[in-house]
Design a protein around this ligand. Structure first.
Ligand SMILES: Nc1ncnc2c1ncn2[C@@H]1O[C@H](COP(=O)(O)OP(=O)(O)O)[C@@H](O)[C@H]1O
Ligand SMILES: [Mg+2]
Length: 318
C-alpha cells in the first residue's frame, strides 16, 4: 500500500502567532486583544471550519488574512507566500461577514464588475458569470434584479459567487450560512462540498456547530482570541472527556449522597424519580450498577457519551 505523505506544499494556509490588538476608547488609549498568538495550518483540498462564539476573533482573523487590517504581531502565509505579497490575492476568494455591495447593481453586473477588478476579459467574465449564477442557484431573472431587491439569502449567494469569480485556489468565507433558512444552509453546504470536489481549499468561519460537524475535514475552536482546540471533528469529539451516561429510577433522594461519595463520577444529578450519572470508565459503571441495585433502584440506560461540539463550545467558558 502506498501512503501519500503530506509535504510542506500541502499546507496552504499557515498562521504563526498571529496577534491583533485594537486600539479603542478616547484617543485610542485602550487596547483590546482580539487575537492572541493564533497558530494553525490548513491543508490543500480540505474544508476547514473556524469555529467560535460571537466575539471570539473569527472576523478579525479573516480580515488580517485579507490585509484589510494589520497584525500587532505574528505572520501568516497563504499558498506558501506571505500575505504581504499582493500577487497571492489574485489566487484567493473572500466572502466578508454581512457583505455590503453597491446595491443599484444587478447580481450579474456585480460579477462583471468584480471580474473587471481582477482584469478578466469581458467574454471570459460573461461565461464565468453565467456558470457561477447557475452554481449558486440564481436564475437569469434574479441575476438581472438589483441587489437592493435581494433577500438576505440571495445576497449571501451572490456574495459567494463574487468570491469565486477569479476561480480561486483558496476560498475564505466569513459566516457563509448566516441569515439563511434551513434550505439555504443546506444549499450552501452542498456548494462548499462541490468546491472541495473541484480541489479548492475552503476556510469558513461559523458560530454554528452543526454546520461544522456536517462539513469539515478539520476544525479549530477559537475562544477569546485563543486557539482552544484543533483537529478532525472526530478527534475533537472523542476527547478524553468521553464518558458513560447512566440513568436509573426508583432511588430515594437520601441515597444520592452515596453516589457522589463512592463513584468517581463526573456528575451526579437528581432526576424527579432517580439519578443521572456521568461516569469516566467501565469500573465506575460497574460500581454504579452495584450501588443502584443496593439502593433498590432500577436501571434505565447505560450509554457511551459522545462529546458534542456543543460540549466543546461550553468548555470555552464564554
Ligand atoms: N474595529 C474594532 N475595534 C475594537 N474592537 C474590535 C473591533 N473589531 C472587533 N473588535 C473586538 O474584537 C473581538 C473579536 O471580534 P470579531 O473578530 O468580530 O469576532 P467574531 O467574528 O468571532 O464574532 C471582539 O471582542 C470585538 O468586540
Ligand atoms: Mg464575525
Amino acid at each position: 500500500m502506498t501512503t501519500i505523505e503530506s509535504s510542506p506544499s500541502d499546507t496552504v494556509i499557515e498562521l504563526t502567532q498571529l496577534t491583533k490588538d485594537y486600539e479603542t476608547g478616547f484617543l485610542k488609549k485602550k487596547r483590546v486583544r482580539a487575537l492572541d498568538h493564533l497558530s494553525l495550518e490548513v491543508r490543500r483540498g480540505e474544508i476547514f471550519g473556524f469555529l467560535g462564539p460571537n466575539g471570539a476573533g473569527k472576523t478579525t482573523t479573516l480580515k488580517l488574512l485579507m490585509r484589510l487590517i494589520y497584525p500587532t504581531n505574528g505572520a501568516a502565509r497563504i499558498l506558501g507566500r506571505s500575505i504581504d505579497d499582493v500577487e497571492t490575492h489574485s489566487r484567493i476568494g473572500y466572502l466578508p461577514e454581512n457583505p455590503y455591495f453597491y446595491d443599484y447593481l444587478s447580481g450579474r453586473e456585480l460579477l462583471n464588475y468584480t471580474a473587471a477588478l481582477f482584469g478578466i476579459p469581458g467574454d471570459v467574465a460573461a461565461k464565468r458569470g453565467k456558470e457561477l449564477l447557475e452554481l449558486v442557484g440564481l436564475d437569469s431573472n434574479l441575476a438581472n434584479r438589483q441587489l437592493r431587491k435581494y433577500s438576505k439569502g440571495m445576497l449571501q449567494r451572490i456574495g459567494i459567487a463574487q468570491a469565486l469569480v477569479n476561480d480561486p485556489e483558496v476560498v475564505f468565507l466569513d459566516e457563509p450560512m448566516s441569515g439563511l433558512d434551513p434550505i439555504g444552509r443546506r444549499e450552501v453546504r452542498d456548494l462548499l462540498l462541490s468546491l472541495r470536489e473541484q480541489g479548492k481549499t475552503v476556510f469558513f468561519s461559523s458560530h454554528i456547530l452543526s454546520d461544522v460537524e456536517a462539513l469539515c475535514d478539520r476544525a479549530a475552536i477559537l475562544s477569546r482570541g485563543k486557539l482552544h482546540r484543533c483537529g478532525t471533528v472526530q478527534e475533537l469529539t472523542e476527547s478524553e472527556d468521553s464518558a458513560f451516561e447512566v440513568v436509573a429510577v426508583g432511588i430515594h433522594p437520601s441515597a444520592l449522597e452515596r453516589f457522589s461519595k463512592i463513584i468517581s463520577s463526573q456528575s451526579v444529578t437528581a432526576t424527579p424519580n432517580g439519578v443521572h450519572l456521568v461516569l469516566r470508565d467501565d469500573d465506575a459503571v460497574d460500581d454504579a450498577l452495584a450501588l443502584i441495585r443496593d439502593c433498590g433502584g432500577k436501571l434505565v440506560s447505560v450509554n457511551p457519551r459522545r462529546v458534542s461540539l456543543e460540549d466543546l463550545f461550553a468548555g470555552t467558558d464564554q
